[in-house]
Structures are given as structure tokens and as C-alpha cells.
Design a protein around this ligand. Structure first.
Ligand code: IDP
Ligand code: MG
Length: 138
């Protein structure tokens, strides 16, 4: 079964959207396999977003993602990465399709409510930053 890491970001936790976001992903047929609320530290944030280290928005992104509690989840299912990216919508809510999480909830291109892995290989690396094997039920 393919797995994906989902993070419910600080802007969404702040606005009481945890249940709604998990519900939308469950409604897409994906199974919740692991769940934890945490405050990301700077080191974890820099590792998780390492691919963006050279981008102009990197500093702001690390500061935002560490600014308040997040909810980390592992979801599993057929084509989990692609299905969840579809439910999330485009990075920029102004470009996100109607009916997607980001269209419904994101505040802007940075405070966009949710993270989802972009490929099965990156999902494996990302999941390992947040969960041990025995914390994943599937
Ligand atoms: P993704 O989350 O849709 O995969 P990425 O390009 O991987 O998008 O960017 C990671 C995160 O960095 C985004 O979700 C968003 O929070 C932030 N981000 C991306 N592009 C910008 C930007 O142009 N300005 C500010 N923040 C950005
Ligand atoms: Mg990405």
C-alpha cells in the first residue's frame, strides 16, 4: 500500500480545521495509519523542507511552520500520493481547483493549511522524520 505524509499546518490548527481536513482525506478513500500533534523544531523544519533551502521563501517558511502546533499524519491507499495531492489542490490557493482543501481553507501561498508528499520516494523519507515503523498501523 502506498503511503503519504500529511501535515496539517499551523494556520489550519489555529482555525480549528483539523477534523475537516482529516475528514476530506478520509472521504477520498485514504486510511489514516498514524497521527501526532507536535510543535516542529527548527532542525526538523529545515530537514523536512531541505529541498527548498535555496528558495527566497525558505526562511519565512521555516519560521511559519515552527510558529505553532501542527498535526502529522500518515495516510495509506492506492496511489495515496497522487490522490492526496488532488484533494489538497495547488500550492497557491488562488490557483487551487474548486472543492480542494487549499481552495476552501488556505490563507495564501505560504499559509496553505496542508502539506502532502509529492512522490512515493519522498513520502518514505518524510514519514521517517516524524514516525517510527511501530507507530504506523498499516
Ligand atoms: P507544496 O506544499 O504544494 O508541495 P512546495 O513548492 O513544495 O509546495 O512548497 C512548500 C511550501 O512552501 C508550500 O506549501 C508553501 O507553504 C511554501 N511556499 C511555496 N511557494 C511559496 C512562495 O512563493 N512564497 C511563500 N511560501 C511558499
Ligand atoms: Mg512540496
Amino acid at each position: 500500500m502506498e503511503k503519504s505524509l500529511v501535515l496539517i499546518k499551523p494556520d489550519a490548527v489555529e482555525r480549528n480545521l483539523i477534523g475537516k481536513i482529516i475528514g476530506r482525506i478520509e472521504d477520498s478513500g485514504m486510511k489514516l495509519l498514524a497521527l501526532r500533534m507536535l510543535l516542529m523544531g527548527r532542525k526538523l523544519a529545515e530537514k523536512h523542507y531541505a529541498v527548498h533551502a535555496d528558495k527566497p521563501f525558505f526562511k519565512g517558511l521555516v519560521s511559519y511552520i515552527t510558529s505553532g502546533p501542527i498535526v502529522a499524519c500518515v495516510f495509506g491507499g492506492e496511489n495515496a500520493v497522487e490522490v492526496i495531492r488532488g484533494v489538497m489542490g495547488a500550492t497557491d490557493p488562488a490557483k487551487a481547483a474548486p472543492g480542494t482543501i487549499r481552495k476552501a481553507f488556505a490563507e495564501n501561498i505560504e499559509r496553505n493549511s496542508v502539506h502532502g508528499s509529492d512522490a512515493p520516494e519522498t513520502a518514505k523519507e518524510e514519514i521517517a522524520l516524524f514516525f517510527s515503523d511501530k507507530e504506523i498501523f498499516g
